[in-house]
Ligand binder design. Structure first.
Ligand code: NAD
Length: 395
């Protein structure tokens, strides 16, 4: 098979979908790999490293896309890229299926398109779980990003000139990113509190040495949130949550928000009044910025400072700030996933395999992504415009 890796086109996307390590393994299996010139440049992987691993360098996007039986990407392809992909090819990427306007184009091209974000959160799928590999990096990098804007130390220090208090960090949303943010902030010596709508996270937070902030829940609310993913909560719960978050936010020096609900806009956890009640010098890192943000004042892709001196960081693509390792883990996720289908003889698609069935969003000329499609993700407090490629690409 011809495996093709184009360079990413989204502004600020530093990652790449294959590394010399994965290329070498495919070549050893007898497959050919073609990669667009410069595709690894922003993740510290020069073309020469891919050539040494056995890849051929393509000089144009058209060349690489039109050759691939299997096309690997990080971000979803735009319409003009889909037009250049060979009809009937396999496409594997983070396709953002809930908001992607181009799934019908993929079906028209008879692509077998896989959205890696839809990988089930099961033990068998762990090595293919791109949300975990990338959000783990985001949680780590968010804390380092916070230290960049925070005008104090993180740990308690006792110096000849006096004692410095430790930073108080509040983590909102304790999935993969939140847990890594807690662990990283603890390692830097901060005092950490965390909150999540899923009661099962309490034990995980405490096992990392942080304090769990608990919003009282009814038995019904607890039962609704005993799964892997969070549910949209009632207005009454949101009011109780906002009161408690407001109290803890005003005492925090750094807040890292990571809360997401699959297929929906990120829940609003930090209201403007809460931010305006925070201490000068405090910092909010909103990892949900690509999905509308958890903070009312977040501006996607921007760092702003409020009149009361709070820095609100809406930086997008935080995993991409650790481009080499993010690419390396993502490429391994793809390699492991492809191992379900790729043999030295070719490619076989077993639709009865739950991991293949769950991630396949277009196949045989049909869009397979859910019959009852959840709401697309709208930017918070803004009317939802018709999605253009440019807007779609910037989340
Ligand atoms: P996510 O990115 O979907 O969401 C981040 C967190 O935000 C979640 O913990 C969610 O509960 C929380 N959240 C949503 N709405 C909220 C609100 N209103 N207030 C506060 N918090 C809110 O989550 P994720 O990182 O993808 O992880 C989801 C779950 O999957 C975790 O429990 C994780 O441990 C689990 N997981 C399991 C496996 C596996 O078994 N193989 C692999 C990876 C992750």
């Amino acid at each position: 098979m011809q495996i093709a890796i184009p360079a990413e086109r989204m502004a600020g996307e530093t990652r790449v979908a294959a590394t010399p390590e994965t290329v070498k393994k495919w070549v050893a299996m007898g497959h050919a790999v073609m990669i667009e010139a410069g595709a690894g440049a922003l993740s510290a992987t020069p073309d020469s490293a891919y050539v040494a691993a056995g890849a051929v360098i393509a000089q144009s996007r058209k060349e690489v896309l039109s050759h691939g039986d299997i096309v690997l990407k990080v971000r979803p392809p735009l319409a003009d890229e889909i037009a250049e992909i060979k009809s009937g090819a396999v496409l594997i990427a983070m396709l953002q299926p809930y908001s992607n306007p181009h799934l019908p184009l993929m079906a028209q091209k008879k692509l077998s398109a896989f959205a890696m974000e839809l990988m089930p959160r099961t033990t068998r799928a762990q090595s293919m779980d791109v949300l975990s590999s990338q959000n783990n990096i985001a949680g780590y990098r968010a804390v380092l990003l916070a230290t960049h804007y925070y005008p104090h130390f993180m740990p308690m220090l006792m110096t000849a000139a006096g004692t410095v208090k430790p930073a108080r960090v509040l983590v909102l949303g304790v999935g993969v990113a939140g847990l890594q943010a807690i662990a990283t902030a603890k390692r830097l010596g901060a005092v950490v509190e965390a909150f999540d709508v899923r009661p099962s996270t309490k034990e995980q937070v405490e096992s990392l040495g942080a304090k769990f902030v608990e919003v009282p829940m009814t038995d019904e609310e607890k039962a609704a949130n005993d799964g892997v993913y969070a549910r949209e909560m009632s207005d009454d719960y949101k009011r109780r949550q906002a009161e408690l978050v407001d109290k803890h936010a005003r005492q925090a020096d750094i807040i890292i928000t990571t809360a997401l609900i699959p297929g929906r806009a990120a829940p609003l956890l930090l209201h403007a009044d809460t931010v305006l009640g925070m201490k000068p010098g405090s910092v909010i890192i909103d990892l949900a910025a690509e999905n509308g943000g958890n903070c009312a004042l977040t501006q996607g892709g921007e760092v702003i400072q409020t009149d009361n001196g709070v820095t609100v960081v809406g930086t997008l693509n935080v995993p991409g700030m650790v481009a080499a390792d993010a690419s390396s883990l993502y490429a391994r996720n793809l390699f492991n996933f492809m191992a379900l289908m790729l043999t030295s003889d070719g490619f076989s698609l077993d639709l009865s395999d739950e991991l293949i069935a769950a991630t396949l969003v277009a196949h045989g000329g049909e869009v397979r992504f859910p019959a009852a499609k959840p709401e697309p993700v709208p930017p918070q407090s803004q009317p939802q415009p018709k999605v253009t490629d440019k807007e779609f690409y910037h989340g």
